[in-house]
Design a protein around this ligand. Structure first.
Ligand code: ADP
Ligand code: MG
Length: 349
């Protein structure tokens, strides 16, 4: 419509509001996988199984053994801005869960066929229920305690988006990468990924090992055994800020940034401050376009970081970004300068 033809101001229909929100959160199947695995982890899952068909476009089903959702709350879970994770501003500012916006399920339901199947772990009767988000129909079902979220025909309602998707193989690779990001931070949780009926990845939970060993095993499984064997452990604190993890020796640097994982309070982030700080630490030892490999965990007072900056929460804002930059740079510099130690890697948790 021409900008000159003024039309009356009207609130947008609910459906369209959700579709606009979905545009921010869901770029491709991997974005859905990330949101659903976030939810499974928030529910306390110990085992998470992701089943994909057709690169995740035909079907994404994420199954967990977490706390479940009571029957009465299933319809609420798919409403916009409905969440069990925060209740007020004070809780938002101290948030520790992956989710808090109460938007993901509603957004996904507006651009795909969504069904929830859940059995609360503490339900004495042990009943499971299935909710079809489109029809609102609730039916008895069967499953062990936990939740399965099924997402079918992603972007069927928004064909323009669907056109941007790549081949099944590419979308699958992005989905695996989304799960890998979670898996590196949670060696205590088992992950399995199926595609078109085949098991394509499996990272077993390491519960019987001490946390450092468990984490080394998980990095070796989910990323690279050589990185664990030859990497350098980082563990430094600056006041309440702790930086720990594993960095690659300069000679292990790569031409790609595919071995760069940074987490803030367990949340995977792509953060300029952290990236730049690591880069600065390597400045004298890494030349040209070579990229350092690292898996780094920042533990920080939740009040000192704002995670509510970006709908996908992949960006964060630090209250004192200078202090964070300095802490990360010093931690990595100290690790690179230390005589090479045999035991690599500090526990992330
Ligand atoms: P958010 O995660 O920001 O709260 P979502 O739309 O992702 O918003 O989920 C809405 C609510 O549904 C959550 O707050 C949670 O109570 C419930 N929920 C979603 N997925 C699961 C799950 N896998 N297990 C248990 N509860 C879940
Ligand atoms: Mg969520």
């Amino acid at each position: 419509t021409a900008p000159s033809a003024r039309r009356p101001i009207r609130p947008l229909p609910d459906e369209l509001i959700s579709q606009i929100a979905a545009g921010e959160v869901v770029e491709r199947p991997a974005s859905v996988v990330r949101e659903l695995v976030d939810n499974a982890l928030d529910a306390g899952a110990r085992q998470i199984t992701v089943r994909l068909v057709g690169g995740g476009v035909r079907l994404i089903a994420v199954e967990d053994d977490g706390c479940g959702i009571p029957r009465d709350e299933l319809p609420v879970a798919v409403q916009r801005h409905a969440t069990s994770k925060i209740r007020d501003l004070a809780e938002l500012e101290a948030v520790q869960t992956m989710g808090f916006r109460g938007e993901a399920l509603a957004a996904i339901a507006s651009i795909a066929e969504l069904a929830l199947l859940s059995r609360p772990a503490d339900d004495p009767a042990g009943h499971a229920w299935r909710l079809d988000a489109r029809t609102g129909e609730l039916q008895p079902a069967a499953r062990p305690p936990g939740t399965t979220v099924e997402v079918r025909e992603l972007f069927y309602a928004t064909p323009a988006r669907r056109k941007f998707l790549k081949s099944d193989a590419t979308e699958l690779a992005h989905c695996i990468e989304a799960v890998r990001r979670h898996a590196l931070a949670r060696p205590d949780v088992g992950f399995a990924i199926w595609h078109d009926g085949r098991l394509v990845q499996q990272w077993r939970a390491c519960t019987d090992l001490d946390p450092t060993l468990a984490w080394q095993r998980r990095i070796a499984d989910a990323l690279d055994g050589d990185f664990v064997a030859a990497g350098i452990a980082v563990d430094a604190s600056a006041g309440p800020l702790r930086v720990h993890g594993l960095v690659g020796r300069p000679d292990m640097a790569r031409s790609r940034t595919d071995r760069q994982f940074a987490y803030v309070n367990g949340r995977y982030v792509r953060d300029k401050v952290v990236t730049h700080a690591v880069r600065s630490a390597y400045e004298d030892v890494l030349h040209g376009q070579r990229q350092p490999a690292y898996v780094l965990f920042l533990t920080i007072d939740p009040h000192a970081v704002d995670v509510n900056v970006h709908p996908t929460k992949i960006e964060v804002r630090f209250r004192d970004s200078g202090a964070v930059h300095q802490a990360v740079q010093r931690a990595v510099e100290a690790a690179l300068a230390a005589p090479r130690s045999a035991a690599a890697g500090a526990a992330p948790l």
